[in-house]
Ligand binder design. Structure first.
Ligand code: CP
Ligand code: NVA
Length: 306
């Protein structure tokens, strides 16, 4: 049995296998073919934070695979009233076939997985958001850009940045990360990514200059400057991230065939301009839709490993 907690635990071959299953179920769905690979199965979805894409994609995905999903907001289950996580994990995993959790510290996810009898999927923690990267890579592949990825991440050194680092380090592509001083990536995660990069040949570059990061890049991406749980820091962050907006001026430095990605939700006029977000090179809504297909691929893959 495997969990999907971070891309750090997955090989290049495994990541590509998941994407390929996702592309196959996507193509089947578009033809109206449903194979019910997860017939009669239940996915428990625990949310300790808000969500639009993650909830809708997992819930719909599970239904399309012949199963069902349970939306378990921590406000409504006993977890939110203090029932220990390890008890919650043993109870829920004795009744469902897979669990997805969106939570705060990555250690909470790891603790749940330790006590779970069924595969656990990371639906976002403070450290990583790996299901998003499956959708991002699927989108890159569909646009035929996977052979020549020079990716630039401009913004906060957060769960999305860490996930990009792991994807690049595992698949072996170039990633430049531009963060303001004081908002760099987690040192331990960077160290780990650099270790993997030695094996894969990935080039990981860190800078405080967005213009250096995006020069001739084929993929440009960013994320909110204030993640969920950082609402109180919003004002100081907007000041600290001055000059980090991905706008037409910054995009003009990228390769001529470059594309823009964003996990969403996006804050127009902060990390990205309206023109870039809505522009011809923006793939954001295909990327969002691919959450559904990539995660179906993941759930089928995890089920095959049991
Ligand atoms: N990108 C993403 O995970 O979106 P939600 O927060 O809406 O799930
Ligand atoms: N970094 C953001 C991603 C939201 C999908 C957050 O954690 O809130």
């Amino acid at each position: 049995m495997r969990h999907f907690l971070s891309l750090k635990d997955f090989s290049k071959e495994e990541i590509l296998e998941i994407i390929d299953i996702g592309l196959e179920v996507k193509s089947n769905l578009k033809k109206g073919i449903y194979k019910d690979e997860l017939s009669r199965q239940s996915l428990g979805m625990i949310f300790e934070k808000s969500s639009t894409r993650t909830r809708v994609s997992f819930e719909t995905g599970m239904y399309q695979l012949g199963g069902q999903a349970l939306f378990l907001s921590s406000n409504d289950i006993q977890l939110g009233r203090g029932e220990p996580l390890k008890d919650t994990a043993r109870v829920i995993s004795s009744m469902v076939d897979m669990v997805m959790i969106r939570t705060f510290g990555h250690d909470r996810l790891e603790e749940f997985a330790k006590y779970s009898k069924v595969p656990v999927i990371n639906g976002l923690t403070e450290s990583y958001h790996p299901v998003q990267l499956l959708a991002d890579y699927m989108t890159i592949k569909e646009h035929g850009l996977e052979k020549n990825i020079v990716a630039a991440y401009v913004g906060d050194g957060n769960n999305m940045t860490h996930s990009w680092l792991m994807l690049a380090a595992k698949l072996g592509f170039e990633l430049r990360v531009a963060t303001p001083k004081g908002y760099e990536c987690d040192e331990g995660i960077v160290k780990l990514a650099l270790e993997f990069a030695k094996e894969s040949g990935a080039k990981l570059i860190f800078t405080n200059d967005p213009q250096v990061a995006v020069k001739d890049a084929t993929i440009v991406t960013t994320d909110t400057w204030a993640s969920m749980g950082q609402e109180d820091e919003k004002e100081e962050r907007v000041k600290a991230f001055n000059g980090y907006i991905v706008d037409d001026k910054l995009m003009s430095l990228t390769a001529s065939n470059s594309k823009f990605l964003h996990c969403l939700p996006a804050y127009r006029g902060q990390e990205v301009s309206e023109e870039v977000l809505e522009g011809a090179d923006s793939l954001i809504f295909e990327e969002a839709e691919n959450r559904l297909h990539a995660q179906k691929g993941l759930m089928v893959w995890l089920n095959n490993k049991i």
